[in-house]
Design a protein. Structure first.
Length: 187
């Protein structure tokens, strides 16, 4: 079983912000699977959907804990579904990557991303797959930047990037993170 977690903040206020690209990837995957709405799982503080994809059982999840507390939800999901960390993939925004750039890794630091910092803290390790989505360097205050939407031109690029991120997750689900890294770690 694989667990795909998209990071973001719950609520309409944050829906189309830069910080919610992880949620948008989960929504895209959900649409590709022609599945219904994600259902609230109060035990894991997440909206979750279970499905089978490429003959692999998967769980798509959007933590409802707000970005900075994502670790509580991810750790609960790992325990609830007994997911090996190698089968987890966390999808999130990264201000250190240019808009449109994807980086899939098998492990790594939080890179200053507070949602990842929380996950690493709660899991006690940096050794789990992740897919970083570039949103570009902030102009001005970091918090203000990540909690604003994309410009019209940026939105075109982001929509394309989200589709590519879903393709990268598709490759990960098929069981080959190295192929996903080689194929998608470029613009």
């Amino acid at each position: 079983m694989k667990l795909i977690v998209g990071l973001g903040n719950p609520g309409i206020r944050y829906d189309q912000t830069k910080h919610n690209v992880g949620f948008r990837v989960i929504d895209t995957l959900q649409t590709r699977l022609s599945a219904g709405e994600l259902q609230r799982n109060s035990i894991c503080k997440s909206l979750v959907m279970q499905a089978t994809w490429h003959d692999v059982a998967i769980i798509l999840a959007k933590p409802m804990t707000y970005m900075n507390n994502s670790g509580t939800a991810v750790a609960a999901l790992i325990r609830q579904f007994e997911i090996p960390l190698s089968e987890l993939c966390v999808v999130y925004d990264d201000v250190h990557l240019d808009l449109g750039v994807l980086r899939m890794r098998q492990k790594g630091s939080d890179g200053g991303q507070k949602g990842m910092k929380s996950i690493i803290h709660h899991l006690g390790t940096t050794a789990f797959p992740r897919l970083r989505i570039g949103i570009g360097e902030p102009i001005g205050d970091l918090t203000d930047y990540v909690l604003t939407g994309f410009t019209e031109d940026e939105e075109i690029e982001v929509t394309h990037t989200i589709d590519r991120a879903a393709d990268a997750i598709d490759t990960f689900v098929k069981g080959d993170i190295l192929t996903a890294m080689n194929q998608f770690n470029r613009r």
